[in-house]
Design a protein around this ligand. Structure first.
Ligand SMILES: *Cc1c(COP(=O)(O)O)cnc(C)c1O
Length: 321
């Protein structure tokens, strides 16, 4: 099957759709981070994005492209995390009914947030039922359009707008570190980097417990793994997508990993030094910049902080550990 991969032009078009709808999130710097790493580090703070994560960008872009008939019928997706809230809020802003499949055992706060944005939540048993098959069946029955969390050209193009803003604000960079789950954020970021800072080395960063992306990148084929055990719940994906892998294998320089302990250390740094709540998955990029052995000394380094949605009780427990 030949896939038509999204291009940087699609990222530009997404940026126009997002103007005045998504936040243009701040780029922050920290003297402490710069001193520790001997580099100039620019943090793109998507923890301050609408719904608390970059996922709003891809969701809003995808829904903005619906035809009148699609808008009328509605959108469906499956997600226990940030994509659910992103779809629910985008759909409400655009007047589109949203149906979201979430696992029975999803945290109450996430169910409440998704319902609070007006999404209709359908619960399923993730140990008994195949969520993708269930979603597809419902989509067919009800005439709904499925927008998956990462493997969709409009989602990838929307996610790329964060890196586009970063390069436009700070200019070219030597390195860019991007959290990696299914690869929507990384592929969109790579499209922006290739266009705006062609010499920039772009790295995806995965949890050490689930390095399917690294295995896929290095072997040239999509590798599937069991759901990894890690505190980075936004990156517990089992495999990259067809579209995301197509861009990643072409435009990304390598895939690195970070351990849970390194993520906690980064969370503590952001809380203590920069007064920010960053969720474990959002810390992947910085953890790798600190620990993966990339020679960033004296360089200009971009780090995408992908989200800030972590239950405060859990946040405190992680920092105390
Ligand atoms: C979804 C998510 C990721 C991973 O994004 P992909 O596009 O699936 O690679 C990283 N960080 C946060 C906070 C997320 O919600």
């Amino acid at each position: 099957m030949m896939l038509t991969l999204p291009t940087y032009d699609d990222v530009i078009a997404a940026a126009l759709r997002l103007e005045g709808q998504a936040h243009r999130t701040p780029v922050l710097q920290s003297r402490t981070a710069d001193d520790r790493l001997g580099a100039r580090v620019f943090f793109k703070c998507e923890n301050f994005q609408c719904t608390g994560a970059f996922k709003f960008r891809g969701a809003f872009n995808a829904l903005s492209k619906f035809s009148p008939a699609q808008r009328h019928a509605g959108v469906i997706t499956f997600s226990s995390g940030n994509h659910a809230q992103a779809i629910a809020l985008s759909a409400r802003m655009l007047g589109i009914p949203a149906t979201i499949l979430m696992p029975l055992d999803a945290p109450q706060a996430k169910l409440d947030a998704t319902r609070g944005y007006g999404g209709e939540v359908i619960l399923f048993d993730r140990f008994q039922q195949d969520r993708e098959a269930l979603t597809r069946a419902l989509a067919e029955q009800r005439g709904l359009t499925l927008i998956p969390p990462y493997d969709h050209p409009d989602v990838m193009a929307g996610q790329g707008t964060a890196a586009k803003e970063l390069f436009e604000e700070v200019g070219e960079l030597d390195y860019l570190f991007v959290p990696l789950g299914g690869g929507g954020l990384l592929s969109g970021s790579a499209l922006a980097a290739r266009a705006l800072s062609p010499k920039c080395q772009v790295y995806g960063v995965e949890p050490e417990a689930g390095n399917d992306g690294q295995q896929s990148f290095r072997s040239g084929q999509i590798v599937h793994i069991a759901t990894p055990q890690t505190i980075a719940d936004g990156a517990q994906t089992q495999h990259l997508g067809q579209y995301t892998f197509g861009v990643i294998r072409r435009d990304v320089d390598d895939v690195l990993t970070a351990s849970d302990a390194q993520l906690v250390e980064a969370m503590r740094f952001f809380a203590e030094r920069m007064k920010m709540v960053v969720e474990p998955t959002g810390c992947l990029g910085f953890a790798a910049a600190c620990h993966a052995g990339v020679p960033i000394d004296g360089k200009r380094v971009g780090v995408i902080l992908s989200g800030g949605n972590v239950d405060l009780q859990r946040f405190a427990e992680l920092l105390a550990s």
